[in-house]
Design a protein around this ligand. Structure first.
Ligand code: PGA
Length: 252
């Protein structure tokens, strides 16, 4: 049985005080919803404060990125050892990191391995660009991203995959439920080939890209989609709560 998961990626939004205010608006509502894993991913500098604010609740915390070394002379970086004291999840390979910070498949692979080694659950993001989608390359692109991210990864427990077509992120132009379901079932098949059927069957695979309270049901109704990675709509407490509530109702 796969327990659905909704993660809010706050991206580079909220100051520490704004983050505390936002989680304050959501905490009691989110805490009341069971049968869904609820994860919020604020900026690094708010992890401790948000962690404090959700203490004793069923809400889980995630970071948006990390470096792959544990410690050392890497000015400005944050390591898995630092994160594991504060949170349970970490988003890795988000398309914005691939695009603006030149994260290659090799770097993403090092991060996935380092996260698992430290005891963090990686939310590995994969997805094709618009031109790749239009050229019919979706399957080739996501398969390549999967394979390169998972080189040397033996144990899939704790891994979450988020399928986020780049053309759907922050654009207001979400994929359709059927499109997302089709690509996600292809990802599950690739995982069965790379690992084994049982591991692929129990793997959580999320959809991400312009998810809102108005379209979440379309995705959650699909059999292969186990939840969502929500960007913009996760910054609005009512929207995020509605997304989690609808997920519990449909899938829980
Ligand atoms: P969006 O972002 O919901 O604002 O499209 C999703 C993401 O980037 O994870």
């Amino acid at each position: 049985m796969r327990v659905p998961l909704i993660a809010g990626n706050w991206k580079m939004n909220t100051t520490v005080s704004e983050a505390i205010a936002l989680i304050g608006e959501m905490r009691s509502g989110l805490d009341k919803i069971d049968r869904v894993e609820k994860v919020v991913c604020p900026p690094f500098i708010s992890l401790a404060a948000v962690g404090e604010a959700i203490k004793g609740s069923s809400i889980r915390l995630g970071a948006q990125n990390m470096y792959f070394e544990s410690r050392g002379t890497y000015t400005g970086e944050i390591s898995p050892l630092m994160l594991v004291e504060l949170c349970q999840f970490v988003i890795i390979g988000h398309s914005e990191r691939r695009q603006y910070f030149n994260e290659s498949g090799e770097i993403i692979n090092k991060k996935v391995r380092a996260a698992i080694k430290a005891g963090l659950k990686p939310i590995l993001c994969i997805g094709e660009k618009l031109e790749e989608n239009e050229a019919g390359q979706t399957e080739a692109v996501v398969t390549e991203q999967l394979e390169s991210a998972l080189v040397g990864v033996g144990d899939l427990s704790g891994l979450v995959i988020a399928y986020e077509p780049v053309w759907a992120i922050g654009t207001g132009k979400a994929a359709t439920g059927e499109q997302a379901n089709e690509t996600i079932s292809l990802i599950r098949r690739s995982m069965a080939n790379l690992y084994h059927k049982e591991a692929a069957r129990s793997l959580l695979i999320l959809y991400g890209g312009s998810v809102t309270a108005d379209n979440i049901a379309e995705f959650i109704k699909q059999p292969e989609i186990d939840g969502a990675l929500v960007g913009g709509a996760s910054l609005n407490a009512d929207q995020f709560l509605s997304i989690v509530r609808q997920t519990a109702k449909i899938k829980g």
